[in-house]
Ligand binder design. Structure first.
Ligand code: MG
Length: 256
């Protein structure tokens, strides 16, 4: 059985992609403003407030707030936390940490989803390498988002960059289609076989989000029911863009 069977992929019109671009630009601005505020001593709740304010000022709503009961506008994940960390006034960033911000904005019913991992001040060389490799993998995946390629080509491109650099690749969480819903088909594993899976078509919109670690491929969810951490305590990075497949190739929607 293929994990690509029974897909319900929603194709967007050029007009709809233009609207998604507006949502994407707001999500990108929220991510940038939050990233710019990252410094030692700031709490993750303060950062959440910044993201929410930017999104609401633009006339959009924070996609994550209330999603399956998630209590905040950003996912705030530090060091060995991979995804879905809950912002808190008790959690303050320390110099040398690496910090992942994941944020979505909904504008006129359309969703933009993006994430970035940044060092708090300066971090150690290996952690910086993790961030750099994760970003490189994301762009390798984006490059494959052209009509006629297959979804497996995207997964393969992402995973190859990660493995070549000796990184762990999270298996349990994956990229996804996005549109009026945050999680649409198809799932996009961060590792896969080239030439397999559905053919990419003009109008598909995909949130690519490599999640790499300095150790294991495996995660466990903390008792808070949300925060996903590496099983071996190794650090993790997650970098994401929402990308449309167009006649002219990949178009990153989460940019200002
Ligand atoms: Mg996502």
């Amino acid at each position: 059985m293929s994990r690509f069977m029974r897909q319900n992929i929603v194709i967007k019109s050029p007009k709809e992609i233009e609207q998604m671009r507006l949502a994407g630009a707001i999500a990108a601005r929220a991510l940038r403003c939050t990233r710019e505020a990252v410094e030692p001593g700031i709490s993750t709740l303060e950062l959440d407030d910044i993201a929410e304010a930017v999104i609401r000022e633009a006339g959009a709503t924070p996609t994550f707030l209330g999603y399956s009961g998630f209590p905040a506008s950003i996912c705030a994940s530090i060091n060995s936390e991979v995804v879905h960390g809950i912002p808190s006034k008790k959690v303050k960033l320390c110099r040398g940490d690496i910090f992942t911000i994941d944020v979505g904005a909904t504008f006129k019913g359309w969703i933009g989803d993006n994430a970035d991992t940044v060092p708090v001040g300066e971090t150690d060389q290996r952690s910086q390498e993790l961030i750099d490799v994760t970003r490189k993998a994301l762009y390798a995946g984006i490059e494959q988002c052209v009509p006629g390629k297959r979804l497996g080509d995207v997964s393969h491109a992402i995973g190859s960059v990660g493995r070549a650099a000796g990184m762990g690749i999270i298996q349990k969480y994956v990229g996804h289609g996005v549109g009026r819903a945050m999680h649409e088909d198809p799932n996009i594993p961060n590792e896969g076989k080239a030439g397999k899976g559905p053919v990419l078509q003009v109008g598909m919109v995909l949130a690519l989000e490599p999640m790499f670690t300095l150790g294991t491929d495996d995660v466990v969810t903390r008792n808070d029911g949300w925060t996903v951490v590496t099983t071996d305590g190794s650090r993790a990075a997650q970098i994401e863009h929402t990308v449309a497949v167009t006649e002219d190739g990949p178009l990153i929607l989460t940019q200002e």
